[in-house]
Write a protein that binds this ligand. Structure first.
Ligand SMILES: Nc1ncnc2c1ncn2[C@@H]1O[C@H](COP(=O)(O)OP(=O)(O)OP(=O)(O)O)[C@@H](O)[C@H]1O
Length: 481
């Protein structure tokens, strides 16, 4: 079994395995900083080679070493050992997950001990990996049955989480575990009720299903999907799903009629669980969870990440586009998301173009920077929505114009700036929009959230500041318009 003490870790900036001479040279050059030993599975079965994707890996390895030398914090591997299969642990390390985030450190021991859990931690704090590690500790790839189910509010989140789950399951190392059956992960999307999925579910049910509640309900009602062997049920963005009048009754049914809390481990996750004591009480009363459900609440006095800097600019309605352009020119974001309010029914009926279109058209005509300008909104068809997110993820830098559809859960770690072209409706929406940046857990970079507001909206922003306990600084912008 690979050991993870700092003296046995080599962090490399390359992704291919190193030959022994290369690894020695590499090690010599870094020894003054890291004092790490050169190890590869090729050389010794007792040790591990970590191939990390970029030079940040050094910082990670250094942090890991410091933590270990101070002897105060276990590594992710140490926490997961004896619970999570070796091939999944190796994948974790290959992609650079060495040090646990706070929520992982707190919640994983609770989850591995079998408790139901309410995972309540800041945006970008690593809740997804936390519940996926629980799932991999519980499921048996040889069993042909749905054993874990993750329910999320949007198609985009289904695709994102499916990708992370598959990435963790993709064993690349040689060894006896390769002979094992691999874990199958199915994404179920609203509007994507393909015949292929139905046949797949009937012929050979996947071990893990990631789904929107709408898609799931259809299959449960028709008994195409069965949950008799369900071991873990995760409801991500749980507060959002319970608040949604369209989704709440299906969610309640899933929690109590289609499966029983006594036969599964239940995890609810979100960065915002209002009245969490009441929610925990409801969980037990309504039998959504067992009576010993644990509320893991990380950073309870700071609902938003500390690396976020909040600013606002006051301007007239007509000057908003120009202010946005000036901000982009002075901030020079590496990548940014511009949040625009959803179009009202009244405006739709009167045949007006949505605000997103006006912002996109303005930027395409006036912005001269190098970032790709992309749009993602509800009314786009499924393929265009998927294509927009793929473009964002593979490009060199982007300005994504969107509505609250990307405000929850979407992980675009390259985003350095958020612009609220229109203020969100509630403080919770503000928290989730702001949380689309600052998504690199061990980075000490600053990230910015800038609100472009009318003078009469200042008090609304002030209310958000009080509720979420942050300070917003005023900026003055000179515009040409
Ligand atoms: N232990 C770790 N080491 C390094 N990076 C990590 C670790 N755990 C998670 N991450 C990275 O942190 C980022 C945020 O993680 P994740 O999407 O799980 O956040 P979240 O807590 O679910 O946030 P939100 O509430 O916004 O959905 C991801 O890019 C993920 O790859």
């Amino acid at each position: 079994m690979a050991s993870n003490s700092a003296s046995q870790i080599l962090a490399t900036t390359k992704t291919a395995p190193y030959s022994k001479p290369m690894a020695s040279r590499f090690l010599q050059s870094r020894r003054p900083y890291l004092n790490l030993c050169c190890l590869s599975q090729k050389f010794s079965n007792d040790n591990a080679l970590f191939c990390l994707p970029n030079s940040k890996s050094f910082l990670l390895a250094k942090e890991l070493e410091e933590r270990n030398s101070n002897n105060h914090s276990p590594t992710l591997r140490e926490i997961c050992l004896d619970h999570v299969p070796g091939n999944v642990l190796r994948r974790l390390e290959e992609v650079g997950y060495l040090v646990p985030t706070d929520v992982q450190k707190e919640a994983l021991p609770v989850l591995f001990s079998g408790n139901d859990c309410i995972l309540h931690a800041q945006t970008g704090s690593g809740k997804t990996l936390t519940y996926l590690l629980l799932i991999y500790s519980q499921i048996n790839p040889k069993k042909s049955a749905v054993q874990a189910l993750i329910v999320v509010p949007t198609r985009e989140l289904v695709m994102q989480i499916t990708k992370v789950a598959r990435m963790l399951a993709a064993a690349r190392h040689m060894g006896p575990e390769l002979e094992q059956k691999s874990y199958t992960v199915m994404a179920l999307l609203d509007g994507g009720m393909l015949r292929r999925h139905k046949s797949w579910l009937k012929a050979e049910p996947p071990a893990i299903v990631v789904a929107t509640i709408g898609s799931l309900s259809q299959l449960l009602e028709k008994q195409i999907l069965k949950l008799d062997y369900l071991r873990v049920l995760v409801v991500d963005e749980v507060d959002f799903l319970f608040k949604s009048s369209k989704q709440v009754s299906s969610l309640r049914k899933l929690l109590t009629s289609y499966s029983s809390c006594n036969n599964r481990q239940t995890v609810f996750a979100s960065a915002s669980i209002l009245q969490h004591r009441r929610f925990r009480h409801d969980c037990i009363q309504q039998k959504w969870t067992k009576g010993d459900v644990v509320h893991v609440h990380v950073n309870r006095i700071m609902p938003m990440p500390a690396c976020l800097y909040h600013r606002f600019v006051i301007c007239g309605r007509k000057a908003k586009h120009q202010v946005l352009l000036s901000l982009l020119q002075s901030d020079l974001p590496e990548s940014g998301i511009i949040f625009v309010g959803e179009q009202s029914e009244k405006s739709k009926k009167s045949g007006q173009a949505p605000s997103t279109t006006a912002v996109i058209d303005f930027l395409r005509a006036s912005y001269e920077g190098s970032l790709d300008i992309l749009l993602l909104e509800e009314d786009m068809n499924f393929n265009s929505r998927a294509a927009s997110l793929t473009d964002v993820r593979k490009g060199d830098g982007y300005l994504l114009v969107s509505t609250d559809i990307v405000a929850r859960g979407i992980d675009l770690p390259e985003t350095t700036h958020i612009y609220n072209f229109d203020l969100p409706k509630t403080a919770i929406d503000y928290l989730h929009r702001a949380g689309r940046t600052c998504r690199k857990p061990f980075s000490d970079k600053k990230y910015y959230v800038t609100n472009i507001i009318l003078s009469e909206e200042r008090f609304v922003l002030q209310r958000f500041e009080n509720e979420l306990m942050f300070h917003c600084e005023e900026l003055t912008i000179e515009t040409q318009g």
